[in-house]
Design a protein around this ligand. Structure first.
Ligand code: SF4
Ligand code: SF4
Ligand code: SF4
Length: 323
């Protein structure tokens, strides 16, 4: 009895907080007046970077704390993006929660929208709306959706399942505009990650060390007055290429790593690298991969199961016989 009384009291102390945009700034996703209820987990549709700054202050309010900069129980805080949205936080009452929940149900999100048989999601960097973005190509996710629709895999599966594809059978594709990979492409059927790999250091390098300072992977170091690459550590974030004042770091520009066969659930697996291509070949590779999967799949097998059974090295040879 005593224990249940304590648990009840503990739960009652946790209030919810309403976060409302009072100035949208340059945010391309939400308007002034957009509200989210913060209760301990990232609300659906709210981007991670906003949640990171909001959750800190919301937690203080939820636990009854006082922030020195709060005015009449309201706290203002800004998204971390340059010119990001300005949010107001306050403890929520029942009508706030009801209104925000109903608005969230009607809100249409730009990304992650599912058609009947596929889910293609792209990070906000694909619209150049992230400081880490290596590429702005808002058309790519639409082109990939079209490629998926054209593929033999989708038509075979849709027919087999009477156009009523179960959620867990839906093909999941994720695009990320840099190797930070916010859309989790590593655990999707097809993951596409933009990268910029430094290829070599040109003779204009003067050993200033700027590249060494900005590289978080310790993948480039200055030795004897000249930068040296350690390719096995490099993730292809392209920061050193961008920051070198001498433009001495050569690269082949933006490339896309295509991972296949990732999955979550009971038996999670990382996607494996099928190939690295330039932007003009991404859709073609997606279609060829899915056509090949359609030929090889046994009834009931998902994409990740087929990739695991026939192995990515064999798939690669079959899809690119001339390479
Ligand atoms: S994957 Fe990179 S570009 Fe895309 S949102 Fe994350 S950090 Fe930004
Ligand atoms: S930032 Fe450029 S110039 Fe400076 S050490 Fe690195 S490669 Fe050389
Ligand atoms: S591309 Fe990124 S990880 Fe690779 S060397 Fe440059 S800064 Fe380091």
């Amino acid at each position: 009895m005593i224990l249940s009384g304590l648990v009840l009291e503990f739960k009652l102390k946790r209030r919810k907080v309403i976060a409302e945009i009072v100035d949208a700034g340059d945010c391309r996703y939400f308007k002034k007046g957009t509200k989210f209820v913060l209760g301990g987990f990232t609300p659906t549709g709210l981007c991670d970077s906003a949640y990171i700054v909001l959750s800190r202050d919301a937690r203080v309010l939820r636990y009854g704390g006082a922030l020195p900069w709060a005015k009449e129980g309201k706290v203002l805080t800004r998204c971390p993006d340059p010119h990001g949205a300005l949010w107001q936080l306050k403890l929520a009452n029942d009508s706030d929660i009801e209104a925000a929940t109903s608005a969230a149900g009607q809100r249409r999100y730009r990304y992650g929208k599912a058609s009947s048989c596929d889910e293609v999601s792209a990070c906000r960097g694909m619209e150049r709306n992230c400081p880490f973005s290596l590429v702005g190509d808002s058309a790519l996710s639409e082109n990939i959706k079209q490629g998926v629709k054209n593929s033999a895999w989708l038509s075979t599966e849709a027919k087999r399942q009477n156009n009523d594809m179960k959620h867990y059978y839906r093909l999941k594709v994720a695009l990320a505009a840099c190797p930070n990979a916010c859309t989790q492409p590593q655990v999707k059927d097809i993951g596409i990650i933009a990268n910029v790999m430094p290829r070599q250091i040109g003779s204009s390098c003067n050993g200033c060390g700027c590249c060494e300072d900005v590289c978080q992977e310790e993948a480039i170091a200055v030795r004897d007055g000249m930068a040296e690459l350690l390719p096995e550590r490099c993730v292809g974030c392209g920061v050193c290429v961008r920051e070198c004042p001498q433009e001495a770091i050569e690269s082949d520009g933006v490339r896309y790593r295509i991972l296949v066969g990732g999955t979550m659930g009971r038996h999670p697996r990382w996607g494996q690298e099928l190939c690295v291509v330039d932007g003009s070949h991404v859709v073609q590779v997606v279609e060829s991969f899915l056509d090949k999967i359609a030929q090889q799949a046994k009834p009931g097998e998902r994409v990740a199961d087929v990739v695991e059974r026939i192995e990515v090295t064999r798939l690669r040879k079959e899809i690119f016989p001339d390479v």
